[in-house]
Ligand binder design. Structure first.
Ligand SMILES: [Zn+2]
Length: 373
């Protein structure tokens, strides 16, 4: 039987915890047993961790709940059962149920909340709307010329050197390295202890996203013939387009804006859809951000989108399109619920025949009354 870690591993690979926003608290919320060794008896998927979800997991004999929204953002000062958060924590621990959340890291992941929503709406050429910053590093390393190809290959295979639609990107220049082994404990790959050695070396420069750095350095050190390979890690000001919040994409052809709004309603099975004034007669480029994305209205405009789909827009947010872009609010739950399909596919693809399913009771805290007039 897989361990708890085995079940969350594919989620963390797709959406590394390093991609969560600074205010977020993704990852393990509660883990009554060691996730590296505790067997996972089943996983229940839910947008929010509710008392009903934990009770359902307990009934089913599942010892893992995977949610999008974290149960815990701030510290609990007591667990007395006074709030639902406290009752959920107590029930989870009592039943030995672990709770794991993939939140803004999954919002930022290609293939996550937003890419999935874009695919459902039929968008093509889907790319990140707000690329992550401070995530791209330059790696420079020096290898004896004869081994340079092998070491570079190992570093690239570990995930370095991806730029846009290209892989294996590197720049290589030839030079001469010098060193003198001064301790008898040294076992130099080339040269003699006590003598200054000059070695033709290749300087290789490449890029690495921060979340892959540890693995890339491990690969470099393993493949490199020197005891102490020399390398530099340099932070870059450039955005990392491989991950980030929101996304933009294009419809195969322009469609009337009102028709696309109806398409959103049908696709997401909405009870209602709030929208701003229709800014353009037709839309082709669409930006979106599942959940609360009002802060990305300027990014959607800058991306050249004619419509921005998000949720939690306030009254005055609807005026921020300024006649340039139509704003649509599809509801927070409704624009994020597809993440459960993402969880399901990641887990079941990695571990087929494992007991994983959505919670029976949807966790949307918002209800809609209709047909009142
Ligand atoms: Zn959300």
């Amino acid at each position: 039987m897989p361990t708890l870690n085995d079940i969350v591993a594919p989620i963390e690979t797709a959406a590394p915890l390093a991609w969560q926003e600074s205010w977020d608290n993704a990852g393990w919320q509660i883990c009554p047993a060691d996730p590296a060794t505790a067997e996972c008896t089943g996983a229940l998927l839910t947008l929010d961790v509710t008392e009903a979800a934990v009770a359902e997991a307990a009934r089913e004999g599942f010892n893992l709940v995977v949610s999008h929204h974290p149960l815990l953002f701030k510290g609990l000062k007591h667990i007395t059962g006074a709030t639902s958060r406290e009752r959920i924590a107590a029930a989870a621990i009592r039943h030995g149920i672990a709770i794991y959340s993939a939140h803004t890291n999954m919002d930022s992941a290609p293939g996550g909340v937003n890419f999935r929503l874009a695919g459902m709406l039929g968008l093509e050429n889907i790319r990140v709307l707000v690329p992550r910053r401070n995530d791209l590093l330059k790696l420079v390393f020096y290898t004896p010329a004869a081994q340079a190809d092998d070491v570079r290959q190992a570093v690239l295979a570990a995930g370095a050197g991806h730029i846009g639609g290209y892989d294996s990107c590197s720049y290589n220049s030839e030079g001469v390295g010098t060193f003198r082994a001064v301790s008898d404990a040294c076992r130099p790959f080339v040269g003699t202890v006590g003598e200054l050695h000059r070695e033709p070396e290749t300087r290789t420069e490449t890029v690495v996203p921060r979340h892959l750095l540890a693995g890339v350095i491990r690969a470099l050190v393993q493949a490199h013939p020197y005891e102490e390979p020399a390398y530099d890690i340099i932070p870059l000001e450039l955005p990392y387009r491989g991950a980030g919040l929101g996304c933009a994409g294009d419809l195969p052809e322009a469609v009337p804006t009102a028709e696309f709004l109806r398409h959103i309603v049908r696709t997401l099975n909405l009870a209602s859809l709030r929208h701003s004034e229709i800014a353009t007669e037709t839309v082709r480029r669409i930006a979106l951000c599942g959940g609360s994305g009002a802060e990305f209205i300027p990014a959607a405009v800058a991306a050249g989108a004619q419509l921005f789909l998000t949720a939690d827009l306030k009254y005055h947010d609807f005026q921020r399109g300024e006649g340039r872009i139509t704003l649509a609010d599809g509801g927070h739950f409704e624009t994020e619920q597809q993440v459960l399909d993402v969880f399901y596919e990641l887990i079941s693809k990695k571990i087929p025949n494992f007991a994983v399913r959505r919670a029976v009771m949807p966790s949307n805290p918002v209800g809609y009354l209709s047909g009142l007039r």
